[in-house]
Design a protein around this ligand. Structure first.
Ligand SMILES: C=C1C[C@]23C[C@@]1(O)CC[C@H]2[C@@]12CCC[C@@](C)(C(=O)O1)[C@H]2[C@@H]3C(=O)O
Ligand SMILES: O=C(O)CCC(=O)C(=O)O
Ligand SMILES: [Fe+2]
Length: 354
């Protein structure tokens, strides 16, 4: 069975000509990185059919205690109204989370020429580089990333030939913890939809969602001389089932709300942010919105975030769960969806819509 990383490798994006800026050497925002509102909201119209119920401006992303007795209902309601929620009491030690953040910090503090030793290969899915969505925008992002899928030993050796083990152990350990947390959250969401593993005959086409894999993305948003005219990570939806994000103590994450516009999602101490991705939007037959979000840089603070993307093996057929009436999307394999997203970004969902 093909893995997720194979699916991303088989769908390369031509990023060769785009490498992250040497941010330390720049003291004014270059034209290449200056965004107008138009470019920033380029895909917003395409996204209108995914919009969720308008909310008042005061409401904010819910914080859910995973040990609450009514956790299924809380998680399900948050998925329906926001497509996003914070989790606390998630069982991942704060020491590990801090450790991942400080190792990411250490990586991004290396001189640019050194980081380029681990540059993502043209036909590769892992390593240092710009975001995969970069070619869809005419302007560049105030961002550098490092993608990990499974073992990162080869890339870590490129960066620290004699001292790579600690980095690898921390990232491995964090991926394991994220995988089991993501599984636990996925089961809660499926339970809300009245789907149980035992009732598998009702969802033969999606049986491999119980064997999901993950990818880890370390994001760095250096201090920016003109943050109001720059973008850290351009507006996008995440492609897979769900994403678990650690966003350090520095603000930067924003989501788009119908009738409200861009709304900040400030960090909540000790909490992780969970958001619905395109594949869960499809499984739920559009009941859960896939969250359109972006990250903005700060003038005085370098922001690090760590995103874990969780999704089924590439050959898994994904479609609206059989139990749900009147499918709004056609079924397709995960790798077909990744390929559509690579070519059409936010139009991918409308291409599989009935
Ligand atoms: C598993 C993955 C999801 C992701 C592409 C990737 O192969 C690893 C990086 C992820 C990321 C992070 C930034 C935003 C995003 C849209 C991108 O360009 O790369 C997501 C991808 C995604 O969800 O499609
Ligand atoms: O840095 C953030 O807050 C958002 C990161 C993100 O959206 C991603 O990695 O997909
Ligand atoms: Fe994202």
């Amino acid at each position: 069975m093909a893995t997720l990383s194979e699916a991303y490798r088989d769908n390369p994006i031509d990023l060769q000509h785009i490498i992250p800026l040497d941010f330390d050497s720049v003291h004014e925002l270059p034209d290449s990185h200056t965004w107008s509102d138009h470019v920033n909201n380029l895909y917003l119209e395409k996204y209108t059919y995914l919009k969720h119920t308008p909310m008042d401006e005061e409401s904010s992303v819910p914080i859910i205690d995973l040990s609450a007795p009514n956790v299924v209902e809380l998680v399900g309601n948050a998925c329906e109204t926001w497509g996003m929620f914070h989790v606390v009491n998630h069982g991942v030690s704060s020491i590990l989370v801090d450790d991942v953040e400080s190792h990411a910090q250490q990586l991004f503090s290396l001189p640019t020429q050194h980081k380029l030793k681990a540059l993502r290969a043209p036909d590769g899915a892992t390593g240092y580089g710009v975001a995969r969505i970069s070619p869809f925008f005419s302007k560049l992002m105030w961002h550098e990333g490092f993608t990990i899928m499974g073992s990162i030993v080869e890339h870590a050796k490129e960066l620290w030939p004699h001292d790579y083990e600690d980095f690898c152990n921390v990232m491995d350990n964090y991926q394991k913890k994220m995988k089991s947390l993501a599984y636990q959250i996925m089961l809660l969401i499926l339970k809300f939809l009245d789907i149980t593993k035992e009732g598998e005959e009702e969802m033969i086409s999606t049986s491999s969602i119980y064997e999901c894999e993950g990818a880890l993305q370390l994001n760095s948003y250096p201090c920016c001389p003109d943050p109001n005219r720059a973008i850290g990570l351009a507006p996008h939806t995440d492609s897979l089932l769900l994403t678990i994000l650690h966003q350090s103590e520095t603000k930067g994450l924003q989501i788009h709300r119908n009738g409200v516009g861009w709304v900040a999602v400030p960090p909540v101490s000790g909490a992780l942010v969970v958001n619905i991705g395109d594949l869960f939007h499809i499984l739920s037959n559009g009941r859960f919105p896939t969250v359109y979000h972006r990250a903005v840089p700060n003038q005085d603070a370098h922001r690090i975030s760590v995103a874990y993307f969780y999704g089924p093996p590439a050959d898994t057929i994904v479609g609206p769960l059989n139990k749900l009436p009147c499918p709004r999307y056609r079924s397709l394999t995960v790798k077909e969806y990744i390929s559509l997203k690579n070519k059409h970004l936010e139009n991918a969902l409308s291409l599989i819509k009935f």
